[in-house]
Design a protein around this ligand. Structure first.
Ligand code: 13P
Length: 336
């Protein structure tokens, strides 16, 4: 593997304490859905203006080491013609890119999904790296909890695709964020969620190893081990933190480069409190991998609402964005 040094250096920058990653890689339809909910017109110009506000937030680089962009966003520029990826690089922020092309129904598996995007991926990775300086990428699998779900077929096919993506990224010197998201929707108890994450990690690492992926050169993006959104009993942040770290310790190989959390529909406050409970523990005891956040909604939401209210006032939205990023940064060491 010829890019070990490059991958190692990128991972080191991304996990420079006390920073985390900001995900702003919503697809056009997901971004439009968030706009519609707030009465914002779903135009390319509005998506550009919102992302412009996000990438130019003053001093966010003190709390955020990398931004994950979407294909449309990485090609967009400020009104004075500065490409967003270049703005981030000038701030010392690593540029990441979501490279999967979304989920589709998985044949013979009612209600389950497979993530697509492998065709032409090698060429796209080269373009993102050469033209926009991308140093890391993301691919998200989406698994659902339910009667007999996720099925072995859904876990296996998605793990296979994640491993193919990760291998291609490493071959091009790009750090793959490998994201096997299991959705929080449902009324399952935290123990059931733990077991599903555990089985899925087993299957995923089997595929990654079978395809020769260098584990020290990947980042795992995971949900916290948490109760279903509609579960009658909701665990405390302390229980969530204990179970999450226990699951990782037992099912994520120690050589993995690092672990980041998605917020997955937790409210900004909930994600922050749970991250802080995890940070309290990782600050006290050494774990094999660095751990931080890679939140999307849990960091963007307050800024999105302010921007939707008054799109001309970037400063107010940026203050909220930076304050939320600062709080999450403090949470990674249990100091929020
Ligand atoms: P959320 O934190 O909003 O879940 O988004 C993070 C992400 O990148 C999911 O793929």
């Amino acid at each position: 593997m010829k890019h070990k040094d490059t991958l190692t250096r990128t991972i080191k920058r991304l996990f420079a304490e006390p920073k985390g990653i900001l995900a702003i890689d919503e697809s056009i339809s997901t971004c439009n859905g968030r706009f519609e909910a707030l009465g914002v017109a779903t135009t390319e110009e509005n998506r550009r203006d919102f992302r412009h506000m996000l990438v130019t937030a003053p001093r966010i680089e003190e709390y955020v080491s990398g931004y994950i962009l979407f294909d449309e966003t990485i090609r967009q520029s400020s009104p004075d013609g500065k490409n967003f990826a270049h703005i981030l690089k000038e701030k010392g922020i690593d540029v990441g890119i979501k490279v999967d092309t979304g989920t589709h129904p998985l044949p013979f598996s009612e209600g389950e999904l497979i993530t697509e995007g492998l065709d032409g991926l090698r060429d796209r990775l080269v373009e993102y790296r050469e033209t926009y300086g991308a140093t890391f990428a993301k691919w998200r699998a989406e698994l659902h909890m339910g009667a007999d779900m996720p099925s072995d077929t859904a876990m296996l096919t998605n793990a296979h695709a994640l491993a193919r993506y990760a291998a291609l990224c490493q071959e091009e010197g790009i750090v793959p964020i490998v994201e096997p998201e299991v959705m929080m929707t449902g009324d399952h108890a935290i123990e059931e969620f733990y077991d599903v994450l555990a089985s899925n990690f087993d299957i995923l690492f089997g595929e990654l190893e079978a395809q020769g992926v260098w584990l020290s050169g990947i980042i795992i993006k995971s949900p916290m081990v948490i109760d279903g959104k509609d579960a009658p009993l909701q665990s405390t942040p302390e229980v969530i933190a204990e179970k999450t770290l226990d699951c990782f310790k037992q099912f994520i190989p120690h050589e993995v480069g690092g672990i980041v959390f998605l917020s997955g529909g937790q409210s900004p406050d909930q994600a922050l409190t749970n991250l802080n409970a995890i940070g309290v523990r990782t600050a006290k005891k050494k774990y094999p991998w660095p751990i931080t956040f890679s939140f999307g909604r849990a960091i963007q939401q307050p800024a999105l609402e302010a921007w939707a209210h008054n799109p001309k006032d970037h400063a107010t939205a940026q203050d909220l964005l930076v304050a939320t990023a600062r709080a999450n940064s403090a949470a990674t060491i249990g100091k929020a």
